[in-house]
Design a protein around this ligand. Structure first.
Ligand SMILES: NC(=O)c1ccc[n+]([C@@H]2O[C@H](COP(=O)([O-])OP(=O)(O)OC[C@H]3O[C@@H](n4cnc5c(N)ncnc54)[C@H](O)[C@@H]3O)[C@@H](O)[C@H]2O)c1
Length: 333
């Protein structure tokens, strides 16, 4: 049994990873400022520290209870569009949160950190699928901020011996298959929950941004990876950090277009998804699909929920049971 600090553990991917750690018997401390996350998403068996990564008092409280085997750092600002409005805030906050947490880890004798990184590091990719050898060239301040975090970790390793895993997620999607957690972002910017809410009549028609891309049906193609499979990847990279630092692209390796996602939601939910067709958004590449061959080969990771319909089904089931998201929910035991 290990002891882990999960920053941003009340958020979407973080809370599912907290469940995976608790399920295997680990002890978990969550550090979250609840700017986006939900207290109700974290079971009572995890200790909650309410505060910002950048706040020395919050860090002292989080790190004060004993040595961690590793820190899993999910906390970040993560809206690409918002980052185009407030670029310096994204760069400053995402780097300072990572640097503060990595520094505290080193000072408290913890030498392992997992960073939530992103496909946005690659900007407009040169080849599909995107493997780890591709040129890094973010086209948003959000992507740039994560690249700065990755580079900071190189220095932390060189100078302090901090081992790290940078996991470049593609599109996280779905909900805990046991129904204990789901996706509840405000504002919501992800396609699957937006399509589900449109189908359920809980928000206006969905806008499809761009229908003239160089893709089979003209709409953008993305790689949707189930959030429980993302959580599993975190557990699998931890033992590698005894030996070395790693970087992995993390996706299913299959691309689905916006149109295919809409059709999947309609199949799973049995209702139409009202939608309108709009122009492209700046900064959206036509296709983003990961090669996770390196992760698979080196950790044995193999997604349990690779199919689009099964991903959508878990998201649909959670949303139908939680139409208001976490509002009014209780923390589970
Ligand atoms: N969701 C995706 O598809 C996706 C894709 C690629 C990368 N990522 C990265 O994965 C991570 C998690 O994403 P998510 O979708 O779960 O986001 P999220 O917003 O649901 O979760 C982030 C959590 O961190 C907390 N937080 C933010 N800044 C903080 C700070 N300074 N101090 C303490 N807590 C803070 C928020 O309250 C929230 O609970 C992020 O780093 C994001 O950039 C997500």
């Amino acid at each position: 049994m290990g002891r882990y600090l999960v920053t941003g553990g009340a958020g979407y991917v973080g809370s599912h990873t907290v469940l995976a750690l608790l399920d295997r018997g680990d002890e978990v401390v969550v550090l979250d400022d609840f700017s986006k996350g939900h207290r109700e998403a974290v079971p009572t068996s995890a200790r909650l520290v309410d505060g910002r990564c950048e706040d020395p008092r919050a860090r002292a409280e989080a790190f004060g209870g004993g040595r961690f085997d590793a820190v899993l750092h999910f906390a970040a600002l993560s809206l690409v569009g918002e980052s185009m409005q407030v670029p310096l805030r994204y760069m400053a906050e995402n780097l300072s949160a990572l640097a503060a947490v990595a520094d505290a880890a080193v000072r408290h004798g913890c030498r392992k950190l997992v960073l939530s990184s992103t496909a946005a590091l690659f900007g407009y990719p040169e080849r599909i699928p995107i493997d780890e050898e591709q040129r890094l060239g973010p086209v948003s301040p959000y992507g740039e901020s994560k690249l700065m975090c990755e580079r900071a970790l190189d220095w932390a390793e060189k100078i302090h011996g901090l081992r790290f895993a940078c996991l470049r997620y593609f599109n996280a999607a779905g909900a805990d298959p046991a129904g204990r957690a789901g996706e509840d972002h405000e504002p919501e910017s992800h396609l699957i929950p937006l399509a589900i809410d449109a189908a359920l009549g809980m928000r206006p028609a969905l806008t499809v941004f761009g229908t003239d891309y160089d893709t089979p049906d003209g709409t953008g193609v993305r790689d949707y990876v189930h959030v429980a499979d993302l959580a599993d990847a975190h557990l699998r990279v931890l033992p590698l950090l005894d030996e070395r630092s790693v970087r992995y692209n993390l996706g299913n390796g299959t691309g689905y277009s916006v149109k295919q996602v809409i059709e999947a939601v309609e199949r799973v939910g049995g209702r139409p998804v009202p939608h309108t067709l709009g122009p492209r958004r700046e900064g959206d590449p036509a296709t983003l699909v990961a090669s996770s061959a390196r992760l698979r080969a080196e950790t044995g990771w193999n997604p349990r929920f690779p199919g689009l319909d099964e991903i959508v089904k878990t998201a649909w089931d959670w949303r139908v049971k939680h139409p208001k998201g976490y509002a009014g929910a209780q923390r589970a035991a």
